[in-house]
Design a protein around this ligand. Sequence first.
Ligand SMILES: [Zn+2]
Length: 299
Amino acid sequence: MRRTEKLHVMRILKTAGSLLVLLVIALVLAAHSQTPQSAIPGLRLYVLDGGTIITNHPEGFGLTREQVKNSNFSCAVYLILHPRGTLLFDTGLGDRYFGRAFNESPLGDRPDPPSTAGFVLVTKTLKSQLEQIGYPPSKINYLAFSHPHDDHIGNANDFAGATFLVHQGDYDMMFGPNVQVNPAYAALKNSKTKMIEGDYDVFGDGTVVLLFTPGHTPGHQSLYVKLPKTGPVVLSGDLYHYPEDLKLDSMPDREKAPGITEASRKKLQAFLAKTGAQLWIGHDINFFSRQKHTPQYYD
Ligand SMILES: [Zn+2]
């Protein structure tokens, strides 16, 4: 081997050595900055009362009256406290219904409601519940809906100062061309908005993740929260309406043929099996009545 060749080989070895050192450093750094797998302290989940829908029309969800134990819907709202910020998931039926008789308040304020209509009962405002625990709307950093139907967006305008996390499909439902914008969320048009794709890790450490579960709406999402003591939970929005849906695989007629809800349910069930998370169905009124509500919380 000539001297120049020797030098060349030595240079290659030196470069390889430096690369190896860099690789080791990168691996060490990656291990340190990696998503912590253990739940973090300080993470809290509050369950708030967003009102009740009085209804007896389970046929609209692919079930008979005999199959459903309680056809009324709770409308759960969830506040998540994380060391890096706060997230409100859904906003209930709307404080404007507070104090009104339920039979004067058909959902969506339809005049002359059909017998299959749902009626709205709000016995405490969302604002008062948030204020009670020291988190008025000004302290909410992120807002997300499972989907923008009337029973989930009722108080949306109060949170226009938060960053709105939404999928394009649902955003188009709300503000797309030719859409008559619902006044209950109109203020969000000017909110700081983050368009998300697929699942979205809200605080970047894997403990609070929006799971993309389309079908009920094009951008429907569920929320995974990895609580330190309670363990992991999934808030499933309207992927399921009644607990009976779990056994009977029932769903609204319009969701059957496209198969998107079915695919999202499969995805979620696989996720639950993998993580061991509990499934919380927000409209399950019997379950809701057994839960801890503000000022109590899950941690
Ligand atoms: Zn709903």
